[in-house]
Design a protein around this ligand. Structure first.
Ligand code: HEM
Ligand code: HEM
Length: 197
């Protein structure tokens, strides 16, 4: 049987949502800064290692969240949403779940296909193995583009997603934002339905 509080998102879902959001924002900024050409090479190497470390952490959390979203019962949409609003919210959530996994996987592919074979020392603790894929400069350039396009597309979608949340809070005055902040902020109760994000 699917498990989830009948009273909105459970604490694990809320913690995962905000932790992944913070990681993604931080990684976008770090990724942008570390790829500037003017940067000192030693600093750049260190920033790449931090980027890869936090990126792999983001991947781990996103994978847990994706599995939970597909197996644990999901929260019913708030009262008063039209069919189009419900569908677009679902579509956006699935897209964000997929991108939160796809962006770091594309990053992992860059490190794995690079002929330079620079190891990933996650938090200076463990070496993350490269994926078993053929190495070439062409593949490295391709995955670098894929990673950047997916990362900046995620930023654009998160902007829309956040704008929708703020619209619901300040214009519609419903529980869309508050139920992602925790039960103490809630004003209206929701209940569970079938699995999904
Ligand atoms: C949610 C997770 C991640 C986000 C949001 C993210 C974001 C970014 C961004 C915005 C850039 C700069 C793109 C550009 O302006 O050219 C970048 C570059 C890069 N990322 Fe990530 N990244 C993530 C995870 C990872 C992971 C897990 C790895 C590897 C294990 C990785 C490896 C790289 C590398 C090697 C580059 C530099 C590519 C180049 O040479 O230009 N990233 N990332
Ligand atoms: C400041 C940034 C963000 C805000 C204000 C925000 C706000 C929200 C809110 C209010 C909900 C609940 C919607 C509902 O119950 O109908 C939600 C759900 C969701 N958000 Fe965000 N969000 C942000 C960033 C992100 C990021 C970076 C991602 C992932 C890339 C993300 C992915 C999701 C997903 C997949 C859901 C569906 C519920 C779940 O599976 O956890 N959000 N968000």
């Amino acid at each position: 049987m699917p498990r989830r509080s009948a009273d909105g998102y459970d604490l694990v879902a809320i913690a995962l949502h905000w932790l992944i959001a913070v990681l993604i924002f931080g990684l976008l900024v770090l990724g942008f800064v570390m790829t500037r050409q003017s940067i000192d090479p030693a600093l750049q190497f260190a920033l790449f290692q931090w980027h890869k470390s936090f990126g792999m952490l983001a991947l781990l959390l996103a994978a847990v969240r994706l599995v939970r979203s597909l197996t644990v019962a999901r929260v019913r949409p708030v009262e008063g949403l039209g069919a189009l609003e419900r569908r677009s919210a679902h579509g956006m959530h699935y897209l964000l779940l997929a991108l939160a996994v796809a962006v770091p996987v594309a990053g992992w592919m860059i490190a794995s296909v690079s002929p330079l074979e620079i190891p990933t020392f996650a938090f200076n603790l463990v070496v993350i193995p490269h994926l078993p894929v053929p190495k070439s400069e062409a593949a490295e350039a391709w995955w670098t583009t894929v990673h950047a396009v997916l990362a900046y597309s995620t930023l654009a979608l998160v902007f829309l997603h956040s704008a929708a949340a703020l619209y619901h809070h300040y214009v519609r005055h419903d529980d869309v934002l508050t139920r992602m902040l925790g039960s103490r902020y809630r004003t209206v109760k929701t209940s569970i339905e079938e699995p999904g994000p």
